[in-house]
Design a protein around this ligand. Structure first.
Ligand code: PHE
Ligand code: FE
Length: 297
């Protein structure tokens, strides 16, 4: 996810012909203009993922998603979800055209607003698309905003992002890795085994199965500094997943001021996405099968 990418509005007709227009503004969800194809894409993905995620997603993810009342019937209305969300944790969803500049994104989170891409992928993109759409944002990110601890974590991340932005680009790289390996691709240890809570996983059928069942990737215990040094993949499944014990652990580990940590990390080498260190708590040492040898970001 490249948070620097300006957000695209589809081409607009001007006196210079069709030109792409960029905006980072909040937009109303144009609910009435979703096509029947849009609603069908939602329904297909919703049913498919709910099935795949039984016994794979964290109990809390499945519970909060049900509590929000999302269903396969039709694309949810942000206004309806917002009534639930405001009452539960004070978060609200705002519609956006797509990826936001870093500081805009952090500012939303710091104020308990979660930006949701309003448009949904096309039927030929059910398995993969390279930018977040409504399905990823809404199905993947929004349910856990109903959980008070995770809700606080997301806001703290936003505030931390504003701060890191002021410190410099290296601090932002460290912080983005934390987001990647927790919010997007995190696993959690339940009494009955490892489960998924990361949005990038729960919105992907292939990776939902791969991250838990494949022998290829490493599954390693959460370690804040270690994560902040670790590069990641944006074009393939992750080589390494990090496992938290609880959302409380995540919150507690990330509460201290990161300013001295950024200074320390600036002196250290980054870690390739697939490496295992002697200090790691290893749930699974990946076989590395199918890994590309380059391309970590
Ligand atoms: N404690 C972090 C800081 O001082 C902020 C933060 C909290 C970042 C939670 C990520 C997640 O920058
Ligand atoms: Fe995401």
């Amino acid at each position: 996810m490249n948070l620097n990418t300006p957000t695209r509005v589809e081409h607009q007709l001007t006196d210079k012909g069709y030109v792409p227009v960029y905006t980072t503004a909040v937009v109303e969800q144009p609910w009435a203009s979703y096509s029947s194809t849009d609603h069908e894409v939602w329904a297909t993905l919703f049913k498919r993922q709910r099935e795949v995620l039984v016994g794979r997603a964290s109990d809390e993810f499945l519970r909060t998603q049900e509590a929000m009342g999302m269903s396969s019937d039709r694309i949810p209305k942000f206004d309806d979800l917002n009534r639930m969300l405001r009452k539960a944790t004070g978060w609200e969803l705002v519609g956006v055209e797509g990826l936001l500049p870093e500081l805009t994104f952090f500012d939303h989170l710091a104020n308990r607003r979660f930006p949701v891409t309003w448009w949904i992928r096309r039927p030929e993109q059910l398995d993969y698309l390279s930018e977040p759409d409504l399905f990823h944002d809404l199905f993947g990110h929004v349910p856990l905003l109903m959980n008070p601890v995770f809700a606080d974590y997301m806001q703290a991340y936003g505030k931390g992002g504003v701060k890191a932005h002021g410190i410099g680009p290296e601090a932002l790289v460290n912080l983005t890795r934390l987001y990647w390996y927790t919010v997007e691709f995190g696993l959690i240890k339940q009494d009955d085994g490892l489960r998924i809570y990361g949005s990038g996983i729960v919105s992907s059928k292939g990776e939902s199965i791969h991250c838990l069942e494949s022998k290829a990737p490493n599954r390693i215990g959460f370690d804040l500094e270690r994560i902040m040094r670790t590069r990641y993949r944006i074009d393939t499944y992750q080589k390494t997943y990090f496992v938290i014990d609880s959302y409380e652990q995540l919150m507690e580990a990330t509460t201290p001021d990161f300013t001295p940590l950024y200074a320390k990390l600036a002196q250290q080498e980054s870690i390739p996405a697939g490496n295992v260190l002697d200090t790691d708590v290893v749930f699974n040492r990946g076989t590395g099968e199918g890994w590309l040898s380059d391309g970590d970001v």
